[in-house]
Design a protein around this ligand. Structure first.
Ligand code: HEC
Ligand code: HEC
Ligand code: HEC
Ligand code: HEC
Length: 161
């Protein structure tokens, strides 16, 4: 065969060899063909163990209730009863071992996230009672007037529930 035919062939073979070498280096050993049940799996077998080791960050209200019965009693049956504690306080994985890990956020932004008035009445979010933060007592934190664990109760006033 003539040289000008062979040369591009060498290039093509070289490219294939490079791809195979790269594959050897980049693809983890446990990817792909495994024993029965994993035979054609387009995934890395060790990934299963990786997911089993992932620690779930959120512990749900049932966990908080054990130690904070007062807050649990306040929020239950209140308009905020459906909101998980960790929705406002952050994930409880390291709590109470690391007391700094949960935060108390008194900024207006925490509440505005759900209470900024939206005009979409058909959506669940649109039905949450809304305020306009620019005109609704912009000078103060919401928690000065509304108790977050039972927003029907106002400091200094009888509970309305
Ligand atoms: C095993 C008991 C226990 C459990 C369960 C528990 N806590 Fe606590 N929590 C504590 C203790 C103890 C403190 C510290 C009390 C103090 O400093 O006055 C605390 C403090 C807090 C604080 C105040 C933190 C601060 O910066 O002052 C918040 C908020 C809180 N917990 C929320 C939660 C939430 C939300 C959950 C559920 C994810 C939860 N706790 C579950 C025991 C617990
Ligand atoms: C709607 C948001 C929201 C939810 C839901 C919520 N909290 Fe709070 N929590 C706050 C805010 C804001 C403060 C600070 C209140 C203040 O300083 O007046 C606070 C304060 C606290 C404190 C420490 C201050 C205190 O008054 O003793 C604890 C403990 C606490 N929350 C626990 C809980 C637990 C337990 C739950 C679930 C049963 C929960 N919270 C649900 C917003 C929330
Ligand atoms: C995760 C969403 C969410 C967050 C965050 C939240 N709320 Fe609410 N809030 C609700 C829902 C849902 C209701 C019940 C539906 C309604 O009354 O519109 C409600 C009801 C209320 C009400 C009306 C109570 C009544 O008279 O019936 C007030 C006031 C209120 N929240 C204040 C606050 C304040 C203050 C904060 C911040 C500390 C806050 N909310 C954070 C979802 C939220
Ligand atoms: C200075 C006190 C004060 C502050 C600060 C305050 N509010 Fe209010 N809020 C009230 C009073 C009083 C009412 C009931 C009368 C009314 O509707 O204006 C009310 C009513 C509400 C309602 C019910 C509205 C309705 O349609 O029934 C929501 C929701 C609410 N506030 C959320 C908030 C949020 C979120 C913040 C912070 C961004 C906040 N408030 C800050 C005093 C306050």
């Amino acid at each position: 065969m003539k040289n000008h035919v062979l040369r591009p062939l060498f290039v093509a073979v070289g490219v294939v060899v490079l791809i195979l070498l790269a594959r050897e280096v980049l693809v983890p050993a446990d990817f792909g063909v495994q024993e029965r049940g994993y035979m054609y799996g387009w995934h890395r077998k060790g990934n299963e163990a990786d997911w089993k080791n992932v620690r779930v960050k959120y512990r749900t209200t049932a966990y908080c209730k054990e130690c904070h019965q007062d807050k649990y009693a306040d929020i239950t049956g209140s308009p905020h009863g459906a909101i998980m504690c960790e929705n406002c306080h952050g994930p409880g994985l390291a709590h109470p071992d690391d007391p700094q890990s949960l935060h108390i956020d008194r900024r207006r932004e925490l509440c505005i996230r759900c209470h900024f008035r939206l005009p979409y009445q058909a959506s669940g979010r649109g039905r949450i009672r809304g305020i306009d933060p620019a005109t609704h007592h912009p000078e103060a934190e919401c928690v000065l007037c509304h108790y977050p664990h039972n927003p029907r109760w106002t400091p200094g006033k009888e509970a309305r529930r």
